[in-house]
Design a protein around this ligand. Sequence first.
Ligand code: DAT
Ligand code: MG
Length: 237
Amino acid sequence: MTTQIFRSASRAARSFISKHNNPRLFSSEGRAVAAAAAVSSKGVLPALASFGRDNSGNTSSSWIAGAFALPAAAYMLQDQEAHAAGMERTFIAIKPDGVQRGLISEIIARFERKGFKLVAIKLITPTKSFAQQHYHDLKERPFFDGLCDFLSSGPVLAMVWEGEGVIKYGRKLIGATDPQKSEPGTIRGDLAVVVGRNIIHGSDGPETAKDEINLWFKPEEVTSYTSNQEKWVYGNN
Ligand code: DAT
Ligand code: MG
């Protein structure tokens, strides 16, 4: 019985979350949806409880499951809402040197193991003008032309990663721009030697993250889903 209640609760929560887990989930709009559901489920509970009896006066197990499922679903939604507040997305790209050196799985593994979630990925060789757009902030720098030639010289693995604090922490995983100065344990510190071949790009703030995701991906290429491990990666005690 307890298992049945738990399954039913999980199903209810999952189905609600998947229905509402669209690209806007982490916007204030998305939070409002989750909050409204949590509040309204509390409101309907007493009514549901009174319907949970059949004519013989026995309690119907399906209604009981339903009645218990709702508070559990509301609890899970509130939990989702709590960690949704700090959720972010960042643009991460493995540059042609990282792809050619066979470092894709090594780099993806570091983001995955941390607990971040991959929501978009594609292998693409950008044109030079696309590379210039991507690095437009650096157009006055002496290395700009060579940098854009390099980025457009072969396949780049473009990705969007999602998680709490992923923009800033993604940069920590990557390490300093110059691999000579990157700490051991970081991607550039462990896997690269010179600044001209530092294997990976990561957005440096919320605005650039948004702009870079929009530059590299169409909205429909960025997925939204609830990973099974989220309830173990996030939580407040
Ligand atoms: P980051 O990639 O850490 O965000 P950035 O935005 O300052 O660093 O520069 C973008 C890329 O340009 C960087 O990954 C490698 C290249 N680059 C930066 N500084 C350079 C330099 N002094 N000489 C050559 N290439 C450089
Ligand atoms: Mg940068």
